[in-house]
Design a protein around this ligand. Structure first.
Ligand SMILES: [Zn+2]
Length: 101
C-alpha cells in the first residue's frame, strides 16, 4: 500500500496508507461510523464489511462538505439554498434604489 489522496470530494490532501482520509475530514466522520470502521478493520481488514464501513464514512463526510460549501451542481442539479452571492446582490440592488444625490 502507498499513500493516497483523501477521498472526500474537492480535497487533494495526500494521506498515508493507514488512514482513510485526511485528519480534518476524519474528524467530520460521525462517531458511530468511525467506530464501525475501526471495529470492522480489527475484525477483518480490507474485507467487504470494512470496505462498506469506509464507504459509509466517506459518503457521510461528502454530504457534510456539500452542505457546508454548497451542493455540487454537476452532481445534484439544482441547489438546495441560494448561494451567498445572490443574497449580496439583493442588498446591492436595494442600495442602488436609494437616491444618492
Ligand atoms: Zn480531506
Amino acid at each position: 500500500m502507498s499513500n493516497h489522496k483523501c477521498p472526500v470530494t474537492g480535497c487533494s490532501i495526500t494521506v498515508g496508507s493507514h488512514h482513510l482520509m485526511c485528519g480534518s475530514h476524519w474528524a467530520c466522520v460521525p462517531k458511530r461510523l468511525a467506530d464501525e470502521v475501526y471495529r470492522t478493520y480489527r475484525a477483518a481488514p480490507h474485507t467487504e464489511p470494512h470496505l462498506a464501513a469506509m464507504r459509509a464514512a466517506i459518503l457521510a463526510v461528502n454530504s457534510i462538505v456539500a452542505n457546508q460549501y454548497g451542493p455540487a451542481r454537476e452532481l445534484h442539479g439544482k441547489p438546495k439554498r441560494p448561494p451567498v452571492r445572490e443574497v449580496l446582490s439583493r442588498s446591492e440592488i436595494s442600495s442602488n434604489l436609494q437616491p444618492s444625490h
